[in-house]
Write a protein of this length. Structure first.
Length: 136
C-alpha cells in the first residue's frame, strides 16, 4: 500500500517515527511540545473514513501519545484536534499546554508564527521523544 505525506506536513514537521497505523511527526515549532499522528492511509480526510480496526488503532495511538507527552512535559492540559481545514490529509494534533503558555487559555492555531527548533535543541528533543515513545 502506497502512502504519501501531504507536502505541508512534510515541510512543517520532522518525522519522529512510526506506530502500527500512524506516522509520528514533531511540529517544527519550539513554542509548544507538539506531535502529529498521520494514519498511513491514502485519500482519508476524516476519522470515520478509516476502517473500524483503524479507528480503534488510531484511538489507541492517540491516547498513548497524549499520556506520554503529558507525563514527559508535565502538561496542565493536552489539546488534541483533527482540524484539516488547510491540510486535508487526516492528521491529529497533540499539543502540550500550560496555564502559563503565551496562548493560554485560547487555542494555539493561527495565533503565532512557528519558531523552528535550533539544531542542538531539535536533536535533544528528538532523542528525548523517541526514547519516551519507543519509536525511531
Amino acid at each position: 500500500m502506497s502512502f504519501t505525506l501531504h507536502p505541508t506536513l512534510k515541510k512543517d514537521c520532522i518525522e519522529l517515527g512510526r506506530f502500527e497505523l500512524c506516522r509520528v511527526l514533531l511540529m517544527n515549532d519550539n513554542q509548544f511540545p507538539w506531535l502529529i499522528l498521520v494514519p498511513e492511509r491514502e485519500n482519508i480526510s476524516e476519522i470515520h473514513q478509516l476502517s473500524t480496526d483503524d479507528q480503534q488503532q488510531l484511538m489507541h495511538e492517540s491516547c498513548y501519545i497524549s499520556e506520554q507527552l503529558a507525563t514527559l512535559y508535565q502538561a496542565d492540559k493536552m489539546n488534541i484536534a483533527a482540524l484539516g481545514n488547510i491540510v486535508p490529509q487526516l492528521h491529529i494534533h497533540h499539543v502540550v499546554r500550560y496555564k502559563t503558555d503565551k496562548a493560554w487559555p485560547a487555542p494555539i492555531w493561527g495565533k503565532f508564527d512557528a519558531l523552528a527548533y535550533a539544531d542542538q535543541e531539535l536533536e535533544t528533543t528528538l532523542i528525548k521523544l523517541q526514547k519516551q515513545l519507543g519509536v525511531q
